[in-house]
Design a protein around this ligand. Structure first.
Ligand code: SF4
Ligand code: F3S
Ligand code: FES
Length: 248
């Protein structure tokens, strides 16, 4: 049955803005993005919203719905009661461009800092085999749709803008882990992870894992193993001795 819902949507730009009230029709089976589109079609044609697939696969429609980071296209209106006011605001960690659209270019800068897959020299395609367990590990990390909800929720940058220079965030810790644990990759990214990407700043609050729409075990399968690798590399007395002897 159709009903009228109360929505508050943040409208504004980099200079400031405020929540605006809308009363809008909701039909059975609809998601928050449908309602935003209806507001755009009937009441606010200049409402800015980024979206693409409406199927939870492009990662474009990230926003905060009632304060929780979510994909708008995957948030069913049946999540809320009919008399509940639904508040939609842009992701807080990134600068607002307009209304619900934020500038996520921070993430692309961080992505470029990670060296790409590096197989041993001379290894031709088809000359190697991988264990299924290694394939599955990579596949979990490669499910990432780059919605940046994990980046948005991580308190290290959400509450401390000045950490952004020194912190890559959970999305890029899984990229680091994917490459670092790849059996054929010969590059060593442990120091990069610790010194330049700020792995040590993560205090394992697991908020990133909680909001990931792809269900990637970001903390348990990527961040903690990466921290262990860094600790093993840096604080193993034999490694320390080797560094001392052979660096000279
Ligand atoms: Fe989104 Fe999950 Fe990828 Fe983070 S790891 S960007 S939450 S899909
Ligand atoms: Fe942030 Fe996730 Fe670590 S939310 S603090 S990266 S466990
Ligand atoms: Fe593509 Fe929502 S529109 S994930």
């Amino acid at each position: 049955m159709a009903y009228d819902a109360k929505f508050k949507v943040w409208r504004g730009d980099a200079d400031g803005g405020a929540l605006q009230d809308y009363t809008v029709e909701v039909n059975e089976g609809e998601v928050v993005l449908d309602i935003i589109h209806r507001i755009q079609a009937t009441q606010a044609s200049d409402l800015a919203v980024r979206w693409n697939c409406k199927a939870g696969k492009c990662g474009s429609c990230s926003a905060e719905v009632n304060g929780r980071p979510r994909l708008m296209c995957m948030t069913r209106m049946s999540t809320f009661t009919e008399d509940e006011t639904v508040t939609v605001t842009p992701m807080r960690t990134f600068p607002v461009i307009r209304d619900l659209v934020t500038d996520v270019s921070f993430n692309y800068v961080k992505a470029r800092e990670i060296p790409s897959f590096t197989p041993p020299p001379g290894l031709e395609p088809g000359e190697y085999r991988m264990q299924q367990v290694d394939v599955e590990r990579s596949q979990e990390f490669r499910k990432c749709i780059e919605c940046f909800l994990c980046q948005n929720v991580c308190h290290v940058i959400r509450d401390h803008e000045d950490n952004k220079q020194a912190y890559a965030g959970p999305r890029f810790f899984i990229r680091l882990a994917e490459l670092e644990m790849h059996p054929l990759d010969v590059a060593d990214r442990r120091d990069l992870g610790q010194d330049d990407m700020g792995l040590g700043y993560c205090n394992i609050t697991k908020c990133c894992t909680e909001v990931c729409p792809e269900g990637i075990h970001i903390t348990d399968n990527a961040i903690i193993p990466m921290k262990e690798r860094v600790a093993g590399h840096r604080y193993d007395p034999l490694v320390w001795l080797g560094d001392k002897l052979f660096r000279r």
